[in-house]
Design a protein around this ligand. Structure first.
Ligand code: ATP
Length: 242
């Protein structure tokens, strides 16, 4: 469970808040989709939740641990996949995964079992002995997902995780997200693809100009609008106003 209370962030000398007084939560046992226009503040919010960027105001608590006051305890709670998978390019895939397992102190037997399971589900087993620089974007993305989930964190935080994945891998990751939430854990992911949010999420949070303009179920969202409006039209309506 993640709880944000009155969280704000302004970058440098900007006179505009990138994130503005956000108070909302990501509950256990569910998938929350985070959607909003370009520059709305999604990545900044995710970077604050994961301790990469420090909020100017407010607090973020992950499974009872404040990310600013107890960063190590809070960081042990989650796995984070950033929107850029182009990292550690000189390492072989298996070396990167062993590095992640070492950082998170995953015991030898468990790391082997999890690497084998994830690599098999993503069709990445044969590529693990090659250098990451030889991987396609989608292969790098899948490797980053495996590295983030190796320590079996209860909270998954994924910044546009499905971008660049082929249909089989996209299906596998969505299935894993559903399984993880069904086991009582929380999954938060950002996406620009409304159909994915519509099919996959228990809750959606819509952000515009740094503020959460809606957070609830799709049924609650639709109930606000009359007729048979598509999620796309609702989204456009909600984010076309400042
Ligand atoms: N490092 C930074 N320095 C200064 N301004 C930044 C920085 N990162 C983001 N911003 C600004 O903060 C605002 C929110 O950006 P952010 O990247 O959080 O949006 P986003 O919703 O993730 O966008 P996108 O959908 O395009 O990825 C934008 O106005 C952006 O220009």
């Amino acid at each position: 469970m993640i709880t944000l209370t009155n969280v704000s962030k302004t970058y440098g000398n900007s006179n505009k808040k990138a994130v503005d007084s956000q108070t909302w939560e990501i509950p256990d046992g569910s998938i929350t989709g985070f959607i909003g226009p370009n520059g709305a503040g999604k990545s900044t919010t995710l970077k604050m939740i994961t301790g990469i960027v420090t909020p100017d105001e407010g607090s973020i608590v992950i499974n009872g641990h404040d990310i600013v006051k107890e960063p190590i305890a809070a960081k042990k709670q989650f796995g984070f996949v950033s929107d850029s998978p182009d990292k550690f390019l000189r390492l072989k895939g298996i070396e990167y995964l062993r590095f992640c397992a070492d950082v998170y102190e995953v015991p030898e037997a468990q790391r082997r079992e999890r690497i084998d399971m994830f690599a098999s589900r993503f069709g990445l087993t044969d590529a693990l002995s090659s250098r990451i620089m030889s991987y396609s974007h989608g292969m790098r993305q899948k490797l980053m997902v495996i590295g983030a989930l190796l320590h079996n964190p209860s909270v998954w935080i994924l910044d546009e995780p499905l971008t660049g994945l082929d249909p089989g891998s996209s299906f596998a990751l969505k299935e894993m997200m559903r399984e993880h939430a069904a086991a009582g854990n929380s999954v938060l992911f950002s996406t620009h693809i409304l159909e994915i949010a519509e099919r996959l999420c228990d809750y959606v949070a819509i952000i515009n100009h740094g503020r959460i303009v809606f957070r609830g179920t799709l049924e609650q969202l639709r109930a606000r609008y009359s007729g048979e409006m598509s999620l796309e039209n609702i989204f456009l309506e909600m984010t076309s106003h400042a």
